[in-house]
Design a protein around this ligand. Structure first.
Ligand code: F6R
Length: 246
């Protein structure tokens, strides 16, 4: 894994956007894995800048989102359907018909998840996957205990994740859905290149476990240690607990 520590969130976004553009170049069509939450927002801002500057063409890009809550409508402003529409389609300019989000409302989640995986495979897989990391080390919504070979499926959100995400729901933990559909760790690991972004002190312990710790299901992100092409871009606060490198 390659680690890049930069000053702040804006610089994380700049470096991650450049890595995304580089990783997608030459792919036909380019396939991007998109994350939600606050971590990738500066990356999307810099991708939008690159579009304005003529350095990135979003129109041919196909995209697959990592996860979606269960139990809220796609019209809810904090559903990941809505977040992806705002931040990825409207801001960066990916075409809505090229972007898929996991099936949070499916009546038959098992076959809907299998269909999502099949759509990813039919697109020849993901060229670059953008990831954030949860304060408890989750990637996607693969909470501690998730198998490294897991596939797209329904998961219960950990109490820590619901507390962390209450900020998107007016501070009310009880309004954060209890379940989600998430790509599995095995699904995520199939991406050809992974760009993980982390900002802020609240990510420092999880990032230290990812970079310096042993591979363990207690910190799902550590499964990335076995991937051949991972770039971690962190700001100084998120990197503050890493073992100093010589
Ligand atoms: C979101 C996702 C999650 C988030 C993580 C960090 O699609 O898959 O793993 O990346 O929960 O969230 P933020 O960025 O809001 O701190």
């Amino acid at each position: 894994m390659e680690l890049l520590v930069v000053k702040d969130e804006n610089e994380v976004g700049r470096a991650a956007a450049d890595a995304v553009i580089e990783g997608l170049s030459g792919a036909e069509p380019p396939v991007l894995g998109v994350a939600t939450g606050s971590s990738p927002l500066s990356t999307y801002r810099h991708l939008a800048e690159a579009v304005k500057e003529g350095r990135f063409d979003p129109r041919p890009v196909r995209a697959f989102a990592l996860d979606e809550y269960r139990g809220i409508s796609p019209e809810h402003p904090e559903s990941y359907h809505a977040v992806i529409r705002r931040e990825v389609c409207e801001r960066v300019g990916l075409l809505p018909e090229h972007v898929r989000v996991p099936p949070g409302r499916a009546k038959d989640p098992v076959s809907a998840c299998a269909e999502y995986e099949a759509a990813m495979a039919a697109a020849s897989g993901v060229d670059v996957q953008i990831l954030g990391i949860g304060s408890n080390g989750h990637i996607g919504f693969n909470e501690p205990g998730s198998s490294p070979t897991s596939r797209t499926r329904v998961q219960r959100l950990a109490p820590q994740t619901r507390r962390d995400n209450a900020r998107f729901f007016g501070g009310r933990v009880e309004d954060v859905p209890e379940e989600c559909v998430t790509q599995g760790i095995g699904t995520i690991l199939e991406a050809r290149r992974i760009v993980l972004v982390a900002q802020g002190e609240s990510k420092a312990a999880a990032l230290a476990a990812l970079v310096d710790g042993p591979v363990t299901v207690d910190c799902p992100a550590t499964a990335l240690q076995g991937h051949p092409s991972v770039l971690i871009v962190a700001d100084e606060a998120a990197a503050s607990r890493l073992t100093p490198r010589g």
